[in-house]
Unconditional design. Sequence first.
Length: 297
Amino acid sequence: MATQSLHSIRTYPIHHQLRGTQKSQSCVTSPSNRVSVCGSSQSVKPTWKRCEYVDLHNVLVPYAKGLALQKAIVREKKALIERNEECPDTLIVLQHPPVYTLGTGSSEEYLNFDVNNPPYDVVRTERGGEVTYHGPGQLVLYPIMNLRDHKMDLHWYLRALEEVVIRVLFSAFSTEASRLEGLTGVWFGNKKLAAIGIRASNWITYHGLALNVSVDLTPFQQIVPCGIRDRKVGSIKQLLREIQASSDNSTPELNIDDSILIDITHGSLMQQFSEVFQVKLEQKTLPGYIFEEKQVP
């Protein structure tokens, strides 16, 4: 049964409301600080549900392989529930090689290329939402969670995923990301930093969110991302450069290595995911599952 506190999770749409969340955080990250472990056992409550964490955040996993892994874990969880056994949540974090994905009802009118001659692979999936792009420099989170243990409400789940990203942008980069009414995702001004598309089977979630960290934004020009024509796509790296450019010219030029920026963002994502969903992350390897994977250079 879900806990009272998680049922009533408060979300924070604006910067000043987030200030109070900083007291419980055990690490402060900045573009000049590499994060190896972000989070504290002091903030993890004994009653929090266990969540197995598959860390592939520096690995390029082909989209089909990542989807097959998610579906295998969903089947495993359904079997555990049927046998009335413990069913921990699972979180997979990875990157994908360049690929365009379309949701169940996605329209090809949002593709600015010949679908028979695409610049990258095009995959239609079971998630909600329109077309998006995945590529190196983008952190993709696939939470596979039994919402019966949290809250059986997909709108709540979407807002909670947004909340994770909003807190990451504030805690790691002192940046005011926000939601936009009527739209799913996380935004900074007119630019979308995180796209979300989910599916649930018997209240077990899969698919998830993609956060643009240092990804090349050029491939987004070949599509209408998420079917939204009047807004742009941005990244954390681009955002930090724009903030610096608008500040005092005497500030040294921002030059962050992409791998460091990925590690900083990843560390903060893990902490904020744990706190928002009230889960205890336990790293897990996947014996017997072979990826055609490539380490991100």
